[in-house]
Design a protein around this ligand. Structure first.
Ligand SMILES: [Ca+2]
Ligand SMILES: [Ca+2]
Ligand SMILES: [Ca+2]
Ligand SMILES: [Ca+2]
Length: 382
């Protein structure tokens, strides 16, 4: 019934989608359609204390949102960097779609945030885990005894300075097309600090675009993840997690306001869209409830919640990126979307950041995706 209703809804909105300025189908970041509209003159970052295109917002001196909460936490960060923008211009493995260069800003962000676990998207699949590891260690300024491990699938990259186990934890997608694969691994938290508990992570990048086939592919991508979660959380099959292992599903899901975004419902509530192929609905949390959405806001201020933005042409900004988690065994102690344009010069300086570090192209107000950060406290299962 839900399937029928969804199909009907899709059929009803299809003309709207076709007619609106939905992101073009260029895989996989929504790219702003070409425009000939002249842009109004903009103040330069150096000449103003106001954030670009947000004249009513004030820049805050607060840096508390960046502080790690007390106690034993794990800090995760998700960031769609836009194709290979973080690598040097002359890197032979740069993707054909690479248009921007922001390696220095990326390094400043990593050094300010200091995540334990990173989920990146739009990294050329040609890059190997060991070279990504070396690149990230240099970018983050790792100490000599700090080794970053990487598990990458398609353009999605999981990296951590903890242990990382990929074998036995990769999503089972062998019967499915390439687009349905996502990075997945078990983060081996150090036992002396965290006890026997480890952390399971799926780092995903969903199809962009507003066409009917894009929308349906996003549903399939969510169904595949959820069918794997069912296997991970139940005995038998091909994947097994220790009961009550904290689980995160994070990344760029291209959750727009211009389509029903049923895939978001699938990821949070376990409502499988194609049950004939991917099995019955499930309750994806260990206590047989839904997952929770970390719902971060810009610099923790509780005002702005979009994770993707472009102003030219205007396409609805929105939380395209998410961090879903098993709130039965994880307590969200802090969450924010880093927006350097809302920080005062003093706050930026104290964190080693610059005004436009999170903006992909300040000249055209093309922010693209912003980094999402969440701190989780591990809660013993009841
Ligand atoms: Ca461990
Ligand atoms: Ca299983
Ligand atoms: Ca269903
Ligand atoms: Ca729950």
């Amino acid at each position: 019934m839900l399937k029928f209703a969804a199909a009907l809804l899709l059929a009803m909105i299809a003309p709207t989608l076709a007619g609106c300025t939905a992101p073009t189908a260029v895989e996989p970041t929504p790219q702003p359609p070409a425009t000939t509209t002249p842009l109004p003159p903009r103040p330069s970052a150096a000449a103003t204390t106001l954030p670009v295109a947000s004249p009513t917002a004030t820049r805050s001196a607060d840096t508390d949102f960046m502080q790690r909460p007390p106690g034993l936490n794990v800090r995760v960060m998700s960031f769609n960097v836009n194709w290979d923008s973080v690598f040097p211009d002359d890197d032979p493995k740069n993707h054909d779609l690479r248009e921007f260069s922001r390696g220095a800003a990326f390094a400043r962000i990593l050094r300010a945030v200091r995540p334990d676990v990173i989920c990146l998207q739009e990294i050329n699949y040609l890059r190997g885990a060991s070279e990504l590891s070396a690149f990230l260690e240099q970018a983050i300024g790792a100490t000599t005894d700090e080794h970053w491990q990487v598990a990458n699938v398609r353009d999605a990259v999981i990296a951590t300075h903890f242990g990382l186990q990929e074998a036995g934890y990769q999503l089972v997608t062998s019967l499915y097309p390439y687009d349905l694969q996502q990075a997945a691994a078990l983060v081996d938290l150090p036992d002396p600090d965290y006890g026997a508990i480890d952390l399971y992570l799926i780092c995903a990048h969903f199809k962009a675009g507003g066409s009917r086939s894009d929308i349906l592919l996003r549903s399939r991508q969510a169904d595949v993840i959820m069918s794997n979660v069912r296997d991970l959380e139940s005995p038998g099959g091909e994947l097994d997690l220790v009961d009550d292992t904290p689980l995160l599903i994070m990344g760029d899901f291209n959750i727009y306001s211009t389509d029903p975004a049923l895939h978001a419902r699938t990821l949070e509530y376990g409502d499988i869209y194609d049950e004939a192929t991917y099995g019955a609905d499930l309750q994806p949390d260990w206590d047989l409830t839904a997952l929770a959405d970390a719902h971060p806001s810009h610099n923790g201020l509780g005002v702005d919640f979009y994770t993707w933005r472009t102003d030219s042409p205007l396409f609805p900004w929105g939380p395209l990126d998410r961090i879903f988690y098993t709130d039965s065994v994880l307590k969200l102690s802090n969450a924010f979307i880093l927006n350097t344009t809302l920080m005062s010069d003093q706050a930026l300086a104290s964190l080693g950041l610059q005004f436009d570090d999170v903006v992909l192209d300040l000249g055209s107000d093309y922010y693209d995706h912003l980094p999402l950060v969440a701190d989780f406290e591990l809660v013993p299962a009841p």
